[in-house]
Design a protein around this ligand. Structure first.
Ligand code: SF4
Length: 370
């Protein structure tokens, strides 16, 4: 039996990817359109080989502290949009945030992601507002010593500088799509360029940046390929994809979540295009049962680890697996070991972060030390 042209093309593209020769847009779209199990598993294999080349068996684990679910925006896809009156919101006290941070640090996460909606309570330039937030972040840093990611939404550059001064290493801010007209339908009344510019500014000042896309919101394969290109131009150190999950009482509540293979294949193609970057497997979409397939596709970070019984939410599946204790380091480590992988040591993660910050930073190397 001869080799079909489809198989031939796949082999050639995967060979290029393995040799880290940049793929063109048509090749990326070809990969994203694969639907035969055998072909997809070849893509996963090369994705794992590339992960192995840069990271060996090591994975990084991120704790997630969603400390305020208030938000001034109205993103169409999001449960926490301002006009959604169906949910009970919370704003955790500094004590609660610190307790959660300690417990995550003790459990063995490598980084704490401090996340909030764009909560106006914390975003005014005054000691009682942003000053209070900054103090919380500084206390978390001093008390845990862990690398920190901050996900506060779009904030002025001066705030980013202050975050960096108190020891924040990462700024996470997701465009979700890089198709401007789709963006306008998702992030209502939020300027595309302002959001993009904040990430560039953060990067320029020496913060690492995470960029993300959401799939299943009407994005085409071409849009996804364009997102990869935008992520490359940004030089994001961490790139993530998540599947859209419909949320009650939102304009998209009747939409359906896309077939999960779409997200998983995007993870694998991301690994082919960004072999040395961090790519998360989020527990937020399918909980612990969705972890293996994301790791098998080449992800190397497990995100959204949340301690049980702390009254904290996730983002897209806001309570899935949390109080059952399935989003803990212990549970994650069991799954990871089954796949022949293992959590890195904290020193290994810190070393990775330091090297990247020194490489991008305007800041002198000694100040980039965490
Ligand atoms: S996605 Fe973020 S900015 Fe948009 S409504 Fe939700 S919490 Fe607010």
């Amino acid at each position: 039996m001869g080799i079909s042209s489809q198989e031939f093309q796949l082999g050639e593209i995967l060979d290029k990817a393995y040799r880290e020769i940049p793929l063109n847009k048509a090749e990326i779209i070809f990969l994203l359109g694969l639907n035969q199990e055998e072909e997809i598993s070849q893509v996963f294999q090369v994705a794992r080989d590339l992960r192995q080349r840069y990271f060996g068996e090591k994975l990084f684990l991120y704790g997630f502290v969603y400390f305020s679910t208030f938000c001034q925006n109205n993103c169409t896809f999001c449960l926490y949009r301002k006009s959604n009156r169906s949910l009970k919101r919370y704003r955790k006290s500094e004590r609660e945030i610190l307790d959660t941070a300690y417990s995550l640090a003790e459990s063995g996460v490598h980084l704490l992601d401090l996340c909030m909606g764009e909560d106006p309570e914390y975003l005014m330039d005054s000691p009682r507002s942003f000053g209070k937030l900054l103090k919380i972040v500084e206390d978390v840093k001093q008390n845990t010593g862990l690398p920190l990611m901050i996900s506060p939404g779009l904030v002025p550059q001066v705030f980013l500088e202050r975050f960096q001064e108190v020891g924040v290493n990462w700024y996470a801010l997701y465009q979700e799509t890089h198709n401007r007209s789709l963006y306008a339908k998702m992030r209502l009344d939020q300027d595309y360029d302002a959001r993009w510019g904040a990430k560039r500014a953060a990067h320029h000042m020496g913060l690492l940046v995470e960029e993300g896309l959401l799939t299943g919101i009407g994005d085409t394969m071409e849009d996804v390929a364009d997102s990869f290109q935008a992520m490359k131009e940004l030089g994001a150190e961490q790139v993530r994809v998540m599947s859209f999950v419909p949320q009650e009482e939102t304009p998209m509540e009747k939409w359906v979540s896309p077939p999960r293979m779409r997200e998983i294949l995007i993870i694998a193609v991301m690994r082919l295009l960004f072999p040395d970057r961090l790519i998360p497997a989020s527990l937020d979409v399918d909980g612990i049962r969705g972890l293996k397939q994301r790791l098998n596709a080449g992800a190397n970070v497990v995100t959204s680890i949340i301690p049980p019984k702390a009254g904290l939410a996730g983002v897209s599946n806001n309570s899935l697996d949390i109080d059952e204790g399935n989003r803990t380091v212990k549970r994650v480590a069991e799954v990871v070991e089954d796949l022949g992988l293992r959590p890195a040591s904290l020193d290994q993660y810190i070393d990775w972060v330091e090297k990247k910050q020194k490489r991008i930073g305007r800041i002198p190397a000694k100040e980039a030390t965490i």
